[in-house]
Write a protein that binds this ligand. Structure first.
Ligand SMILES: *Cc1c(COP(=O)(O)O)cnc(C)c1O
Length: 416
């Protein structure tokens, strides 16, 4: 693996006295939020696919990563697909969503968590977020079942690699006879009470998108303990061919299977999952320590219950330390105040230095496309508040401690 350490601008001053106006120059090479980290074996398995001519959606790499992921997550069946979005679509079909059916969905997440509900004609009802893990609030979910007792499916994500409140969410779903789809796209390798995420729903999904903790450049998987479900997804994802001498179709098909070349990349990455988590955790902990005297906190988790994979390090600014920030549908502006800041100021400042940050996922109930969908919350609008005050910090595995120190100084300077 090649990690560049020579990217730091020469005149950088990292001393604590250096804060105020940081004497840091714009980075010549961008510091990214999260990019692929390759190790070499990826090419070996791609080459094997090439040399054996299994340049298709069949082959040893696919078989092997399905086996490896089952072993890691502790599930019985894994079906490798072209993306996690495709896996979520298959999960929604397995759950039997019909046009007009309401489905309870995470509100503060990437839209891919719930777009597949809409593909099938379902109507997402958005469930507010809680402050402890930034995931679906079990109390809001309970309230939603009171309003819509007929709902039979809940789709939730584990945001930024932090497991949701699994016991509470499962208890609510069980009480109302609802099936769970767990979108573990961001949390592969994270555990809740010792159990891997991607195993808490009836149907679960992970992603190998380029910015995820292990990548195939793209790709995803459906995970389940239900053999019948796994068999269905293998069939649907390869155009739903019936067992006949010709192309016989009794069901609608999809071209969703993973390529054996992509699977080679995933296969090369799999042995490094734990290392990637350790390095993401080190990044998170460095931010946490460095920000202890700022009016901010990191994206939270309960260490007694779970171990995140620390995919993205995020921070949230204390209410009292927020300067005035205005966000329209497409633009943002702010008015700086002494000792105060806001995500817009910090993101602008990072961009000036060629550093990539990102706002928190804008809640779905705030999106124009979902204007007419219901939103259920117990106490105000937690998602809107986290979106207003939070941001994602550069969390790239290849970022050096020195580079991260520069990021930290720039963030600190925003509160001067
Ligand atoms: C990345 C992501 C997805 C989609 O994954 P793809 O493999 O890119 O389709 C779905 N849900 C969440 C929460 C994600 O972060």
């Amino acid at each position: 693996m090649s990690i560049k350490t020579d990217r730091l601008p020469k005149s950088m001053d990292c001393s604590a006295e250096g804060i105020g106006k940081p004497r840091i120059e714009r980075f010549a090479e961008k510091i990214w939020l999260s990019t692929p980290t390759m190790h070499g074996d990826e090419m070996k398995y791609i080459q094997q696919a090439y040399d054996s001519n299994w340049m298709s959606t069949l082959g040893e790499n696919i078989n092997e990563i399905e086996r490896l992921v089952c072993e890691k997550v502790g599930c019985k069946y894994a079906v490798a697909l072209s993306s996690c979005t495709a896996a979520l679509h298959m999960a929604v079909k397995l759950a039997g969503v019909k046009p007009g059916d309401r489905v309870f969905c995470s509100d503060m997440t990437f839209a891919a968590t719930l777009n597949p509900v809409v593909y099938e004609g379902g109507i997402p009802v958005f469930i507010d977020t809680e402050y402890d893990t930034w995931n679906m609030d079990p109390a809001a979910l309970e309230k939603a079942f009171e309003q819509y007792p007929d709902v039979k499916l809940v789709v939730f994500a584990n945001l930024y690699g932090t497991p949701a409140k699994m016991d509470e969410l499962q208890a609510v779903c069980e009480a109302h006879g609802a099936v769970i789809i767990e979108d573990a796209a961001e949390s592969f390798g994270a555990t809740y009470k010792g159990k891997q995420t991607g195993s808490f729903g009836k149907y679960n999904t992970i992603s190998f998108n380029g910015n995820k903790i292990v990548t195939g450049s793209s790709g995803g998987m459906l995970l389940t303990d239900d053999k019948d479900a796994a068999d269905k997804v293998r069939k649907w994802s390869t155009q739903s061919r019936e067992n006949a001498p010709w192309y016989q179709h009794a069901e609608i098909g999809y071209n969703y299977r993973m390529s054996n070349v992509i699977a080679g990349v995933v296969r090369g990455q799999m042995p490094y999952l734990d290392e990637h988590i350790a390095r993401k955790k080190a990044i998170y902990m460095r931010y946490k320590e460095a920000f202890c005297d700022l009016p901010v906190s990191m994206n939270p988790y309960n260490a007694d219950e779970c171990e995140p994979n620390y995919w993205l390090s995020c921070m949230i600014i204390d209410k009292a330390a927020m300067c005035k920030q205005i966000r329209s549908e497409e633009e943002a502006s702010f008015t700086d105040g002494a000792g105060k800041s806001c995500p817009t100021e910090i993101l602008d400042k990072l961009a000036e230095y060629n550093i990539e940050g990102r706002p928190i996922w804008k809640p779905m109930h705030m999106q124009p496309i979902f204007r007419d969908n219901a939103f259920v919350s117990v106490d105000g609008d937690v998602g809107a508040d986290i979106f207003e005050r939070g941001l994602c910090l550069p969390s790239d595995i290849k970022m050096t401690a020195e580079e991260q120190e520069a990021v930290i100084q720039i963030v600190k300077s925003c509160f001067m």
